[in-house]
Ligand binder design. Structure first.
Ligand code: MG
Length: 282
């Protein structure tokens, strides 16, 4: 496989990514997609989707879990609603994840990404061991389908994420590294964090952000186009090279309400990444 193919986060019928047609127009050959709605997760729809991406010559590297009721309106809201942390929806979301895993298998995709939610910090707490059990169960199901679980970064500091991975102790759990999220959630320097978790990184997002002017960890930072924030795009790619990452560089720009601007900014990110790639891989 080509080293570092540039990709984009796309959506079929849900999530914040660009439409597949837009990825195609931009000449992109690899995408991550958000999990489609339940009514779209049928063998017929899977086949139609596969026909479409084959026609476009696009490959799907990872499918991201997403659930009804999740909200990223504020950090507090995200902590309360995202992933497997909320107790009230944990069992049903786990069950739905199994359905999604089966659907993703129909697509022939071997990686499932997830914002599992804010992992509790007290390792002796019941909440922590419940989360370990839940993620082990999820990982074991994915393993049966020949899939890996890629945890999205951002909601924990690198050290806490490493501890959690080690406590879960499953061979098919890795990391989807999103440098902007570390800034948005106020969870540490993205480059230093990348070096720490490097050996687990199997997919990444090229996303950028500015840190909050309020209180880090309480107030959101601001997502900005890749290359315009505090990630340091050159250093990010250079560090990916150092840790031996060779997979897709998947651009994520979460402004679906402004499709034209979203497309233009992805196009600019694409040009920037190609330029940095040329310098680094020359
Ligand atoms: Mg991301």
């Amino acid at each position: 496989m080509e080293k570092w193919p540039v990709g984009v986060f796309a959506s079929i019928d849900a999530g914040l990514g660009v439409k597949l047609e837009v990825a195609h127009e931009l000449g992109i050959k690899t995408v991550q997609v958000h999990t489609p709605h339940r009514e779209t997760r049928t063998p017929e729809k899977a086949k139609a989707f596969l026909d479409q991406i084959r026609e476009f010559g696009i490959q799907v590297s990872c499918v991201f879990l997403g659930f009804e009721g999740e909200s990223y309106e504020s950090i507090q809201k995200a902590a309360e609603t995202v992933g497997f942390v909320p107790k009230a929806t944990r069992a049903e979301r786990l069950a739905e994840s199994r359905e999604i895993s089966d659907f993703v298998k129909l697509l022939g995709v071997e990686a499932i990404g997830s914002h599992i939610g804010f992992v509790p910090h007290d390792r002796k707490s019941a909440e922590y061991s419940d989360m370990i059990d839940t993620i082990q169960e999820l990982a074991d199901y994915l393993e049966m389908n020949g899939q890996r679980l890629h945890l999205e970064t951002g909601q924990e500091k690198a050290e806490d994420l490493l501890q959690f991975l080690s406590d879960v102790g499953r061979k098919n759990i890795f990391i989807n590294f999103d440098p902007a999220n570390l800034i948005l959630y106020g969870m540490g320097n993205p480059i230093e964090s990348l070096k720490k978790v490097g050996k687990y990184v199997r997919s990444i997002h090229c996303k950028d952000a500015l840190k909050t002017e309020g209180t880090p960890g309480v107030d959101w930072g601001k997502e900005v186009p890749f290359g315009k924030g505090q990630v340091d795009a050159d250093l990010f790619l250079k560090t990916l090279l150092e840790i031996g990452y060779e997979g897709p560089l998947t651009i994520e720009r979460e402004i679906p309400e402004e499709p034209q601007r979203q497309k233009e900014e992805i196009e600019q990110a694409l040009a920037l990444i190609e330029k940095i790639k040329q310098n680094l891989l020359a």
